[in-house]
Design a protein around this ligand. Structure first.
Ligand code: SAM
Length: 189
C-alpha cells in the first residue's frame, strides 16, 4: 500500500533516490540537525556532508545530535550562510545533492528566518555546481512573515529553468489549511 508522504518525508525519499557513494552532500539549513542526521545515516563510502547554518545554536544542536548518534565524523558543520557555499568547495568539486528547509528554527522566537536574497544566491551557486543526476531539494515552510515572498521568489527562479537541462517538481497537498509545506525538487538531466 502506498500512503502519500508529507513534504518532509518526500524530501527524504528524494535523498535516497540519488547515488549515495562518493558524493558531496549539503544541508544548507542545518537547524536542529534532523536532515543532516538523515544524510549522515544514509551516505555511503567516499561521501561527505557539509551542513550550514547562520545560528550558533543550530550548529551546536546539529553537532550534538550527530555526536549522540556517533556520526559526527561524516559531517563538517559550518557556522556561515549558505550564500558562501563556494568558499567551502574546491574549484573542481561538484555537488551530488543539497537540501534546504526554508523558514525559522523550530522552537525559537522566529526572529531568524531564511531570506529570499541569500536563498536565491545559494540556489544559483548550487545550480552551477550540481552533478548530472544531482538534486537540489527545497522544503518551503512559508506561513511566517516574509515566507510567501521567499517562496514566490524561489518558485519564480526555478520554474524558468530550461526543461532540456533540468527537471523541476513541486510537491504539495492542495487541500490542507495553513500553508502546508512544499517540497521542490530540481534535478540536473
Ligand atoms: N533542516 C532543519 C532541521 O532539520 O531541523 C530545519 C531548518 S529551519 C526551518 C531553517 C534554518 O535555516 C534555521 O536554523 C536558520 O537559522 C537557518 N538559516 C537562515 N538563514 C540562513 C542562511 N543564510 N544560511 C544558512 N542557514 C540559514
Amino acid at each position: 500500500m502506498l500512503i502519500l508522504k508529507n513534504a518532509q518525508q518526500f524530501s527524504h525519499e528524494m535523498i535516497l533516490s540519488v547515488n549515495l557513494e562518493d558524493g558531496i552532500f549539503i544541508d544548507a539549513t542545518a537547524g536542529n540537525g534532523h536532515d543532516t542526521l538523515f544524510l549522515a545515516q544514509h551516505i555511503e563510502k567516499g561521501s561527505k556532508i557539509l551542513a550550514f547554518d547562520i545560528q550558533e545554536q543550530a550548529i551546536l544542536q546539529t553537532r550534538h545530535l550527530l555526536q549522540n548518534n556517533d556520526l559526527e565524523e561524516k559531517v563538517t558543520c559550518i557556522l556561515d550562510s549558505h550564500a558562501q557555499i563556494s568558499n567551502y568547495l574546491d574549484e573542481k568539486d561538484f555537488v551530488r545533492l543539497a537540501i534546504f528547509n526554508l523558514g525559522y528554527l523550530p522552537k525559537t522566537d522566529k526572529s531568524v528566518v531564511t531570506r529570499a536574497s541569500s536563498t536565491l544566491e545559494a540556489i544559483q551557486i548550487l545550480l552551477d555546481r550540481l552533478e548530472k543526476k544531482g538534486k537540489i531539494i527545497i522544503v518551503s515552510y512559508y506561513g511566517h512573515d516574509g515566507g510567501l515572498d521567499e517562496k514566490n521568489s524561489v518558485e519564480g527562479l526555478i520554474s524558468t529553468l530550461p526543461q532540456k537541462e533540468w527537471s523541476v517538481l513541486k510537491y504539495q497537498f492542495i487541500n490542507q489549511i495553513n500553508c502546508p509545506p512544499i517540497c521542490y525538487v530540481i534535478e540536473k538531466k
